[in-house]
Each structure stands twice: as C-alpha cells, then as structure tokens.
Write a protein of this length. Sequence first.
Length: 644
Amino acid sequence: MSGATDAAGPSGPTDAAGPSGPSGAIAGDKILITGGAGFIGSAVASACLDADLVPVILDNLSTGRRELTEDRIFYEGDIADTTLLDQIFAEHPDITAAVHCAALTIVPESVANPIRYYRENVTKTLELIEGLVRNGCRRLVFSSSASAYAAFTSGYGAGSPSPYARTKAITEWVLEDVARTGDLHAIALRYFNPIGADPGAPHVLGKMITAYRSDEPFHITGVDWPNREAAALRDVIRVGELAEAHVAALRDFDAIVARHASGTVPYEVINLGAGDGTTVSTAKDRRLLGWTPRYSVAEGVRDALTWARVRAGLPAPTRSATVRPVSVVDVLMPYYGDVAMMQEAVRSVLAQHDPHWRLTVVDDGTEPGVPEWFAGLIAQHGPTKIRYQRNEANLGITGNFQKCLSLVSHPLVTMIGCDDRMLPDYIGTVRALMRDYPRVSLAQPGVEVIDGAGEVVEPWVDKVKRRVYAPRVHGALVLGGESLAVSLLRGNWMYFPAICWRAEVITEVGFNPDLRVVQDLALTLEWVRAGAQIVVSDTVCFQYRRHAVSVSSEQAFSGARFAEERDFFLDEAVRMEGLGWRHAARAARVHLSSRLHAATLLPGALRRGSRDGVRALAGYAFMPNRRGGPPGGPAGGPAGGAAR
C-alpha cells in the first residue's frame, strides 16, 4: 500500500479510543492491518481470521487488490489520512493492536526515486503512529525487513544500503524512540524473502518465475560475498507462515516487549526465517516469539507455481499423494514428587500454540490434592485433552514409564519429565520435524537447561554435552548408522524428555526393566542398531530441569550408578561387534564420558568422607574395564526417583 487517495469507507463518530487487552490479542479482538490488501498484508488478515481475530483493513490499493478484501472490514484510503484513521477507531473502538504492512518495496525503484520512498515509507508512517497514539492504540507490530541490517551494521556485502532498506531502518529507530516515551509499544519483525502463493510479487521467487515464463535472464546481484557461491545466502519464509508469525507477535505482545534486553523500553526486534540462510540467525528469535516455521522451501515454491498456473487460467496440478491425517502428540507425564513443579510442567503443555496434543499423567505418588487439581483441569479442557490416573500401588520408575506407554493411542509420543517445561512452540516444532522427515524414528529439538528455581543455566555437564559430544546443527540434521552410535556412546548428548517419538517405535521396544540409569540411551541405541534415523534441530523449544542435588547425584557420589553403566556399555560393545561396527564397539568399551563423569565426582565423595565412594569412583574412572561386583552397591534408586 502506498500513495494518498481519497477515503472511501463507512462514516461514523470520530472520538473513541481503542482499548488494550490483558496481555495481547485475544479471540474476538479487532486488528488494524495497513496494507491489508497486499501480498503480505492479506496473508496476515487471513491468519488473523484463523486465530479468531477480526482484521480491519486499511489500504489505498496502489499495489493491493480489492478482491483480497472481500468479506472483510475494508477502508480504502491512505495511512496518513488523519480523518480516516480517527473514523476507523471511532467505528471500531475494540481495535486492540495494529499491524503495519503498508510500504513501497521495490529496491531498484527506491534507488531511482528515493524521495518518494522516504515520503511513503517514513513520513506517512509518522502520521500513522501519531494517529495510533491519538486513538489510544498502543500496540504495533511493524512488518520490517532484514535489509535494515545494512543500515545498522557493516560487512553485509558490497555497496551502501538501498533507500528502501534505510526507510525500514529509520522506521525502526522511530518506533524505538516513541516506545521510549511510553506512548506506543512496538515489535519489529525482520525477514528476507517471503515466498508462496503470489509469484507476481516483487520478490526473488516471483522474479524467477516471471523470468522463466517470459524466457528472460534472471540476474543475480552481489557476487563478492565471503562464501563458496560468492552470493548472499538469503533466508526465505513461506508467506502464510510469515503471517502466522505476525499473529504470534500479537497474541503474546506484552510478554515479548517485556523481555527486551534493556528491560525498560517496550520495543523488540525479531528475526524471522526458516533458518536456512546464513546472513541472519533466527533460532533465538523463534524462541522469543514462540513460533517456528512448519513448511519447507520446496512447499513454498510449489504453492507459488500452483498459483501462477491458476492466474494464467490453467488447472492446478493434482497431488499424487493422499492428504495425511493430522498427527497428534501423546504427551506422557509419569509423575512422582514435587507438586508445584509438576503443575508448572502441566501448564507449559496447556500453553502450547499448536493444539494437536493430548496430555496423560500417571501419578505414582500419594500427594494430597493432586487428583482434585486434575479433575478441575479436565472439567475445563475436556477428557479428550487431559487424562489423569493414580496408581493403586507404587510402580517405580520403569514400571510407571511402561504404564504410560500402554496408554498411547496417537501417532507421536513425547515423555516429559514432571519437573521440565515445554516452551510454547514445542508441539508445533516436533510435529513439523516429524512431518518434514517422514523416515526418521524420533526428533530431538533444541533444549535449554534450567535449575531448581527455573532459571536458564549451563552446568559443566551440559557445556560438555553441547561443545564436545553433540553434533553441530544448523537448522535440522538427520543422523543414523554407526556414526550416530559412536556419537552417543562417546557421550549421550540427547535430552530424553524433549524427544518426540513415533508411537510404533517407542511402544514396540519399551523400557528395559533391568535398567534405571541408562534406560533412555538403551532405548535409543536399540533402534539405531536396527537402522533407525533421527533428526536433530537447533530450534530451542524445551527446558530441561537439572537439580543441583538429586537422588541420582547422591547415588553417583557413592559410585552406585556406574555399576549399571559399566555393564551396559560392555554389553553394547558386544552388540556393536556383532554388527561389524568396530568404531562403535570401541567407543562402548572406552565409554569416555561416563568415566570422566566418575572422575569429576571424586572431590565430592572425598568431601562427604565416603571411602567406599572414592574407591568405587576411582576404580571405574581409571582402572581397566572388567565386569564384576558393582562399585558401590546395587545400581538404581528408590522407586519413583528418576535418573536425571
């Protein structure tokens, strides 16, 4: 949207202000969308409708399409028309936020005519901001551009930033300054190339399709970048998912701006993308937004080509594959222990943005009030979303885990610890991974570690996991075979409670009742030996709680847990030899990380005055591997105390 035109919308009063919701947009709220008849703005309007939000579109149709406003509240006019803005808010006082998509976007045109771009993209945005403040609308999501980086940083390619890029950067500066006064709160969403249903859009994919159809050359600019291709590796994002990201920002608006680094300025910048480009990192920002892309670049290209055929009057291509049913995740929680932490874990499941989950809690304890608390949740959310049952007798760790598995009925399964937390995009992330990689047996998303107080930490054990043993992942990586076995046997870098399994995989093998400490690694290696693959993602969407002192750590100081580990690794060495996996067999016999772990516990055992513990730990860490009496007594711990 750009350029001034005469307003042609409904008439009405002009003196009402839009209210603010409790923490962001909620169902039924109206959202002002500038440029809502354009490529991105119309997609944002559709995403709002899908989220039970009501879009109110303001567009002058200089580049937008009237047909994209059908059956929607629409005002034809300019964002700088103060009378029209006041009229819109008077007629829709329940507008709680605005999304600013209106802009001129053609880079070469901005170079040829910079004055027009500064007028349309900057000067008129100032009028819009003033109108929002005047009418009491204090939440604004700005659809910015990753090209703004060229105005903020150096080293992003040859040449100066375009006037278009500078207009985006200037607008971001304006928003931050206005936010500093408290008059307006704002979130800027930066992204590179949106692709999808409109190949006529002036973006890279649209230009490629146009060049192909007209048999004209497609020119690549920027040929001196420091990589193999010498070209910019721009991230891309499917336009529908870009729109969903705008809605995610609206939905959790106040919490997002409250997490700004300064803690005082209600303004935040978030990078959006599929994570496949190298110019901008997006993983941290996805976590902040609670959103993750679910579709591949190939699917975005397919949609654009399909739409090109439709616009040309040709039939859309049919898909040979049948539509797959929606995959629901069975979230299993074997519970024993702290009630408050369990309730926190449950609330993290309830807060998922993707609704395709069902929570099953199997209570192996006797804490009072817990059944009544779950009865209230079930009454609120329904028995199809939450199931709860308490065991008549304590089953212990493995027994309760196995009972949870017996209750699985959906195609995907995750077993969350009763003191862990899902971040809001966990379900969406793992469902996307399992859909995009249909051959894998399980998905390991990114994890951050929290302490007993819920603060994000990085203990030494997790530093070693990530920096020494874990594979380097950018985006997503599929692993399998002997190389995966070697990696896990050298050091188990996976976080079991965050793993999403295919139901037929985890339920077929289940948990070994003879193991208590390494049951998760044993289950994973069982399938690796059978030829299974896993996908590892760098999208952080899960918080794993590591306590400073726990039942298992006290057992570790006595050396008890390492008896089980020693026998397990020696058995694995035999199994790996049977497959001809000599490197994996050697890694199992050496089990270096397990020995190093024992060595690091020696000072703690000395401080506790445990002679048997010191002897057991030293023998395991430094002496030759031999099967025999356990170093410190029987492995394992009291029923219900999970090894962490």
